[in-house]
Design a protein around this ligand. Structure first.
Ligand SMILES: Cc1cc2nc3c(=O)[nH]c(=O)nc-3n(C[C@H](O)[C@H](O)[C@H](O)COP(=O)(O)O)c2cc1C
Length: 164
């Protein structure tokens, strides 16, 4: 099976998660890990599994990820198995109750990406997942790359591939 791991990243945290996810996938699948600006329709045509992630910015996916999603046609995405992730701030680390309310109300990047891909015909393998940064520019919280690797193994189990 061919898998694409596509990420956007401003400060490097989402890239770090994308690389951590790619590692266990690579042991079992043909994997291409690509920066969102590198993707072409041919890449999408090549893959059966798409793992896609972006930083959460103003409760939404980053601008480059939004642009890339707009550029994906139904033909590119229909039938593709997907698992979507983002990086975000842990609500528990936010002092302002107003901001916590807004985060709960308006959400994070991953859910939005997942919805847009499903609208174009993708099939969700595992629900959207968030990985936490310590501060607005990172670094990642301790253990997050490890959690990302575990999530990648769960993805493989879900699609019937036993990981080593
Ligand atoms: C302008 C800006 C807006 C942000 N908005 C949010 C947000 O709405 N919710 C959230 O959880 N984190 C937010 N963050 C934190 C980002 O999610 C964090 O920068 C990101 O996880 C880092 O990923 P990257 O290193 O791959 O760019 C914001 C950060 C910046 C700089």
């Amino acid at each position: 099976m061919n898998a694409l791991v596509i990420y956007d990243s401003v400060f490097g945290n989402t890239k770090e998660i994308a690389l951590a996810i790619s590692e266990p996938l690579r042991a079992e699948l043909n994997v291409k890990t690509l920066y969102v600006k590198e993707i072409t329709p041919e890449h999408l045509g090549w893959a059966q599994l798409l793992v896609m992630g972006a930083p959460t910015r103003a409760f939404s996916p980053s601008e480059d990820m939004k642009k890339a999603l707009k550029g994906l046609s139904k033909q590119n995405v229909t039938g593709l198995k997907i698992a979507v992730f983002d990086t975000r701030i842990d609500e528990q680390d936010v002092d302002s109750s107003k901001l916590r309310f807004l985060m709960r109300r308006f959400g994070y990047a991953a859910e939005t990406i997942e919805k847009k891909l499903v609208k174009k015909g993708a099939i969700v393998v595992l629900p959207a997942k968030g990985f936490y940064v310590q501060d607005s520019e990172g670094p990642l919280k301790d253990g997050e790359p490890q959690r990302a690797k575990e999530w990648a193994r769960e993805i493989m189990t879900k699609i019937g591939i036993s990981s080593k």
